[in-house]
Design a protein around this ligand. Structure first.
Ligand code: ADP
Ligand code: TRP
Length: 327
């Protein structure tokens, strides 16, 4: 069975973009692959974050993973910081990467362009892709399901794996990124030229655990053009195309069939259907999250997951230590 691995950082509240671009994919693959899904909490430290908030986000993220249907009997579900080999291989990967390639990462450029005016750039955000490479390479993962914004980091991981294999002999599997056919990039509702993100505007972002009356309002007042025609055209109609993407990935209906159904229907009716679909899905999700958080299963599941993950990580790291001459 081929192996698949992915993770999400517990920074900020989870969004509909995370759900459609990442989590929904994980669920659909868990029967087909040997899956490793983790909470990338070390990555959450790359930009300043309050300890209390990090703890809360971590708990929310594991609850959402479980509420969405990730099954701990089928998937190795764990927290990155519980498996110390991530940080150790991350250091070795940093030693094998170049400043030039790291500074070309789009996410690094985006995130630092926002902070450079009024502060120093933390080193963690710069070497982040080396840690991400370690996350992947420790487990011999073949496929990495991610949203489009993370594809470049997986490509860098491939380069680092190939470089290491060439230098020290075959050690790592070279992984491939997998992006969803629909929903690889869910856009902001208030600024559909931009990605919906934890760190973007409140108005444009749907949070998975927010009050659904607010969700409905955000969708009904989302930015669209004014020609009142429902058509998929990301260049000229980014707002409507984004709503079509959302509706398609939640209902499983193709964009073409949705466009056909909504011929001669006004934007108001269309938006209401999108809001109904989103609120239904999130309502069910939120109920399950509450149930999980009031049980005391979370600690047990993470402990079990860390044990399983450590088994693989330990073996791989000791192989790497041997090759580089550390033992
Ligand atoms: P954010 O950009 O919201 O901080 P992360 O970088 O933590 O989110 O992303 C976690 C996962 O969710 C990644 O696989 C990422 O590609 C995916 N993802 C995040 N936002 C979106 C979006 N708007 N559309 C599709 N996928 C997304
Ligand atoms: N960098 C990813 C993000 O910001 C999270 C992540 C960390 C990840 N390590 C990973 C994703 C390994 C896939 C594989 O969303």
């Amino acid at each position: 069975m081929k192996r698949m691995l992915s993770g999400i950082k517990p920074t900020g509240q989870l969004t509909l973009g995370n759900y459609i671009g990442a989590i929904k994919q994980f669920i659909s693959y868990q029967e087909e692959y040997e899956m490793f899904i983790f909470i990338a909490d070390l990555h959450a430290l790359t930009l300043p974050i309050d300890a209390k908030e990090l703890r809360k986000n971590t708990r929310d993220l594991i609850s959402v993973y479980l509420a969405c249907g990730l099954d701990p009997d089928k998937v190795v579900l764990f927290k990155q910081s519980d498996v110390h080999e991530h940080a150790e291989l991350g250091y070795i990967m940093a030693c094998n990467s170049y400043m030039g390639e790291l500074s070309r990462m789009t996410q690094y450029k985006d995130k630092t362009s926002k902070i450079s005016d009024h502060g120093s750039i933390p080193t963690g955000i710069f070497i982040y892709p080396a840690l991400m490479a370690a996350d992947i390479l420790l487990y011999d993962a073949n496929y990495i399901p991610v949203g489009i914004d993370q594809k470049q980091h997986v490509e860098l991981t491939r380069d680092l794996a190939i470089r290491f294999n060439n230098h020290y002999s075959e050690t790592f599997i070279v992984p491939e990124p997998i992006t969803p056919k629909t929903g690889a990039k869910v856009a902001s509702l208030s600024n559909p030229e931009k990605k919906m993100s934890k760190s973007e505007s409140e108005k444009g972002t749907i949070y998975l655990l927010e009050d659904l009356n607010i969700t409905r309002k955000k969708i009904m007042s989302s930015v669209t053009d004014c020609d009142n025609e429902i058509k998929y055209d990301t260049e000229h109609k980014p707002g409507i195309s984004n709503l079509l993407t959302i509706l398609s990935s939640l209902t499983g209906k193709s964009i073409e069939s949705l466009v056909e159904n909504y011929q001669n229907v006004g934007y108001g009716t269309f938006k209401k259907d999108v809001a109904d679909a989103v609120c239904k899905e999130l309502g069910e999700l939120q109920a399950k999250v509450l149930e999980i958080q009031s049980s005391n299963k979370i600690e047990e599941i993470l402990e079990e997951g860390a044990k399983k993950a450590s088994y693989y990580a330990r073996k791989k790291l000791s192989k790497v230590y041997r090759k580089v001459g550390l033992n």
